[in-house]
Ligand binder design. Structure first.
Ligand code: PLP
Length: 765
């Protein structure tokens, strides 16, 4: 979730940066003061383009160098397509502006490769050249050497830009620049400007993964303030001494950008966005910024034309008005394009499939709608019944889990409805079905027609078989080769972790069914997607029967820029591998990519199976995500415990281990028969967590023990030994969700659920 907020801020800043670029090209403050305009457009404005490079760097360069050429080319192709579209768009405007008169071949090449075919379009080839340079460097040197190279290039660029006056007259150097300017008009291009900021984007973002290293926000703000003031002075001095040939590169721009970017992606800063629901307008911001960049010069032409025709001179003569009019027109048209592209393309290509799905949907839709509304009514009455019945206890034990059969059934239906008919659920029932009880859950699912499951290890598979679970059981993790016989004996399907592992499995000499794991970017298990030869070799092993191939997505939990880009790269890599195998005649029977978030965010990537885990249990990893899907998914599990004792704690007495809690006044406390050995995180000690008793909240006091927990029940009437406390779930009108507990314990729901203790009883209600 933090990740998301950070990326949101990046996206928002892209809009600001686009507005700055418009300012550079319209000089809004010109009619007020030349100095003010210089500051806005030549100092502040100069952060815009480096910022765009840094965003690209964060996402592209961080994928080097393991990624292989194909991935780099893929990025380059995308930028080139956009550039191509922009070039075509500006041909008529360029002709109208008289830019394309008397062009020789060399001029055309210079424009296409360096200068751009219109004054702002240099950015796109610069991006491509920068990426290629950084990529080439990454193949032959380490990161710090790359940084030095980029710095040298940037320095060379400086002397062709705002420091030109210092070298212009020098014998050799001056000639060098003169020659270079035959090739390109400015040194602010892909060779000199882009590499340093591409690398800086990656460097600034990589530190934040490590919390301890995340710098103090105050230091960052101070760094930004100091370097920005100094850069302003640098710029005005250079102008004063008339050293500038062009004014887009400053020495201090580098630290300014570093601090700025750090602040934008830090989660400790004050500006953290608290968005309930990512998506909405948010998801168009990136594309809107890009198209604002592309379109604004056209809008400048149009606004000028309109001013002439309507004789509204104010539109042009007042630079502030002019700026805002151009901004509004550019943003509005860019936003429309962003919405249009989003509708048309969907999150990850898959255009045809989506159209087909839409057609199918509209055919089914009416009957379905009617059915859905009936279903909805039924659900509501059921939910009410359920709530009433929950008031009773279903267990005589000390602490137990209640598994809501109908919620499970409901979630199965919801997840199935998101997937095409030919994609089957392969629920993840690993870690005792995320604490819910694997045998219990798998048994229920089997009755709902589910006939494939995935687990983490061989023991989990055997447990299910022994309890009568049929169908396919896929082991997602490592199994020692000495346990191969068990795989065979219990008809368990094993994941091929990589080629070396396949050789070990094969050496056991018994036939084993396998799915080949393909690593497309998670870099956990699976053979690397580009190692086609090794993957083919797995097919050749005589004891392995390949039933399928799958990959695991590492960023499908977000629809923001990063998630989309990474997910589409992973999906493409997987498809490429499958296509290469098929081309060579290797069968690919079952294919699958999606886990829970994949199903919810990228259903168009559905294959033959969806390995749903957390969503099936009706919660998502974090509160924010759960809120988003709450109406659709219902939590399956409640955690309850018995009150073992109720007593008075007199003022000044302490309760539990150590002096962690001392009563400030006389109070009533209850001791619950549940502790951290049952999966209640000890981090909820000392008032962090609370439980529900008779529909009221009772805070945890003191330290949670291994088998007991003490809560404050002062003010809750009629509490007695044997009553029930709710730790997760509803009591009266109150509810504590797994998400609440995960947030209190500083983790995700998956961890809380999968650590539910073995000695809890599990009962189906
Ligand atoms: C755990 C796991 C899943 C299920 O993940 P959820 O996010 O809980 O749906 C799917 N695939 C693999 C490889 C897993 O390890």
């Amino acid at each position: 979730m933090r990740e998301k907020q950070r990326f949101d801020r990046l996206e928002q800043f892209r809009i600001f940066a686009a507005a700055l670029v418009v300012a550079i090209h319209t000089s809004p403050l010109m009619s007020l003061s030349a100095d003010a305009d210089f500051f806005l457009t030549r100092v502040l404005g100069r952060i815009a383009v480096p910022f765009f490079f840094m965003v690209t760097g964060q996402f592209v360069v961080s994928a080097f160098p393991e990624c292989g050429m194909a991935r780099v080319l893929n990025y380059v192709k995308k930028i080139a397509l956009l550039y191509g579209a922009a070039v075509i768009l500006y041909i008529p405007i360029g002709i109208y502006a008289g830019q394309y008169k008397n062009l020789g071949i060399s001029d055309v090449l210079r424009m296409l490769i360096f200068d751009g075919t219109f004054y702002h379009l240099w950015y796109f080839p610069a991006c491509i050249i920068g990426i290629l340079i950084v990529y080439a460097a990454s193949c032959v040197m380490r990161r710090n050497k790359m940084m030095i190279l980029a710095a040298v290039l940037y320095a060379a660029g400086l002397f062709g830009d705002s420091y030109y006056g210092l070298v212009e007259e020098l014998p050799v150097v001056g000639d060098f620049y003169e020659a270079a300017f035959q090739l390109f008009s400015y040194t602010r291009n892909g060779i000199f400007l882009a590499p340093v900021f591409l690398l800086l984007g990656e460097a600034a973002s990589s530190g934040t993964k490590n919390k301890k290293r995340a710098a103090d926000a105050r230091i960052l703000w101070a760094g930004l303030a100091v370097s920005f003031v100094a850069m302003t002075e640098e710029a005005f001095l250079l102008r004063h001494f008339e050293l500038q040939r062009h004014d887009s590169m400053y020495i201090l721009l580098v630290p300014v950008m570093y601090f700025l970017y750090k602040i934008l992606i830090q989660n400790t800063g004050r500006g953290t966005v608290r968005k309930k629901r990512p998506g909405g307008v948010q998801r168009y911001l990136g594309t809107t910024a890009t198209w604002t960049y592309i379109l604004h010069p056209a809008m400048i032409v149009i606004v000028r034309g309109a001013a002439k025709v309507t004789k509204l001179d104010l539109l042009v003569e007042n630079s502030v008005v002019h700026y805002f009019v151009v901004c509004i027109c550019s943003f509005a048209s860019a936003f429309m394009i962003a919405v249009f592209l989003d509708q048309w393309k969907g999150p990850v290509g898959g255009r045809k499939r989506q159209l087909l799905l839409q057609q199918k949907k509209s055919r089914r839709s009416r009957a379905q709608e009617r059915q859905e509304s009936r279903e909805h009514e039924r659900q509501e009455s059921r939910a009410q019944e359920r709530q009433e019945s929950r008031a009773q206890d279903f267990c005589l034990g000390r602490a137990w889990l209640e598994i809501d059969h109908e919620a499970l059934q409901h979630n199965v239906a919801v997840l199935r409805s998101k997937l095409p008919a030919d994609c089957r659920l392969m629920p993840a029932v690993k870690a005792d079905a995320y604490g819910h009880g694997a045998v219990l859950i798998a048994g229920q699912l089997q009755k709902m027609g589910v006939d494939s499951f995935c687990v983490a290890c061989v023991q989990e598979g055997i447990q299910l078989r022994r309890q009568g679970i049929r169908g396919e059981i896929l082991i997602l993790g490592y199994t020692h080769k000495d346990q191969c016989a068990l795989l065979h004996q219990y008809h368990l399907t094993q994941t091929v972790i990589d080629y070396e592992y396949a050789l070990q499995l094969n050496s056991c000499g018994v036939d084993i069914h396998v799915h080949i794991g393909i690593d497309t970017g998670m870099h956990r298990l699976g053979e690397r997607s580009e190692n086609i030869k090794k993957i083919m070799a797995v097919y050749g092993l005589e004891h392995l029967i390949v039933d399928g191939l799958y990959t695991h997505l590492s960023a499908s939990d977000t629809l923001q820029m990063y998630g989309r880009a990474y997910t589409s790269l992973q999906a493409e890599a997987f498809c490429r591998t499958v296509a290469a195998l098929r081309e060579q005649g290797y069968p690919c029977p079952k294919l699958h990519m999606l886990a829970s978030y994949g199903v919810l965010n990228y259903p168009e990537l559905a294959g033959d199976y969806a390995r749903v885990g957390i969503a099936l249990y009706g919660v998502l990893s974090t509160k924010e995500d759960t809120v988003r899907w709450q109406e659709e998914l219902q939590p399956v599990l409640s955690l309850k415990a018995r009150i073992a004792a109720v007593k008075v704690l007199y003022q000044g007495e302490s309760a539990g281990y150590g002096p962690a809690f001392t009563a400030a006044r006389d109070m009533k406390i209850a001791v619950l028969a549940i502790g951290y050995a049952d999966g209640l995180p000890r981090a909820l000690s000392g008032g962090v967590g609370s439980v529900l008793i008779h529909g009221q909240r009772a805070p945890v006091i003191g330290r949670i023990c291994m088998d007991q927990t003490i809560v404050d029940v002062t003010g809750i009437g009629d509490v007695k030994t044997g009553d029930t406390a709710v730790l997760i779930g509803r009591s009266g009108s109150m509810e504590i969700s797994v998400c609440d507990i995960a947030a209190q314990a500083g983790t995700i729901t998956n961890e809380i659920l999968s650590r539910m203790g073995a000695r809890l009883e599990r009962v189906m209600v």
